[in-house]
Design a protein around this ligand. Sequence first.
Ligand code: NAD
Length: 296
Amino acid sequence: MSRVLFIGLGNMGLPMAKNLVKAGHHVFGFDLSELAMENFSKAGGFRSISLNTEIKDVDFVITMLPSGKLVSDVLLEKNALFKEAREGTTFIDSSTIDVDTAKRLAQTALERGHFMLDAPVSGGTGGAALGTLTFMVGGNIATLERARPLLEAMGKNLFHAGEAGTGQIAKVCNNMLLAIHMIGTSEALNLGKALGMDPKVLSEIMSKSSGSNWSLNTYNPYPGVMENVPASRDYAGGFTVDLMNKDLGLAAESALRSKTPIPLGHGAMDLYRVHAQMGSKHLDFSSIIQFLRPLD
Ligand code: NAD
């Protein structure tokens, strides 16, 4: 049993922290939202009373926050948990953030006598609830082995991507590809429907043909084709257009810095930006199919 401080109990963090509690770990949870803290304590977690006290009483700190700026605020600046923690504390950041911040945090953790992993996830809110997330882990392999029991309580697939920052590299590449195949899948389904075909039958055919992909098979964007996906509940919950825009922005920055052409990545970013501006930023990202629907 480990003692854990979990910071960021949002759509992803809350179910992840709940799975740690279920696995028998002693987990303090902290979020700026009172409702999130209440929901966590209802699930058997310990509400954080004072970060500066609890940080001295845990072996692991997990952050699951919206941006690199916030993770940096919590660990280095505002809350300065790196400074407050006992030497040898292991920090795991599962947020999706930029590679440079991830590397800088890992380096600073090391200088302060701590251990740090960047461990972003894939699998969405469904995977977080079921404990089937994929973790892409950057950092020291011995640290990963120490963190393994915690990560395995929250996920099914655990990959060591390489040194610090490589977890975030894997994540940004994966999510750029995800945006591109979600848009491609949406175009194909809208076209099939406009030409007179049932999207469910078309999905079935393409899923066993060369167009098969995760957006089509597991997260189908066409309403009514699949149960238990955001398309079947008016695109509520799930992975928001806002967060997809954040990830596409991270991909575009990385591409610029590494001088790598990503024309489809840029195209996807343009479409998602306009989609957000038209009032859809809180919808699930599969709602892009609505933006691409045929003209009346
Ligand atoms: P969310 O907005 O639902 O949750 C973020 C939580 O952080 C909120 O509850 C917010 O109150 C809290 N928070 C913000 N600042 C804080 C602070 N200073 N201290 C404590 N709590 C603070 O976001 P999410 O969907 O849970 O995503 C979290 C991270 O996981 C993001 O980096 C996202 O890119 C990544 N991610 C999300 C998904 C998904 O499907 N939603 C999938 C993979 C990865």
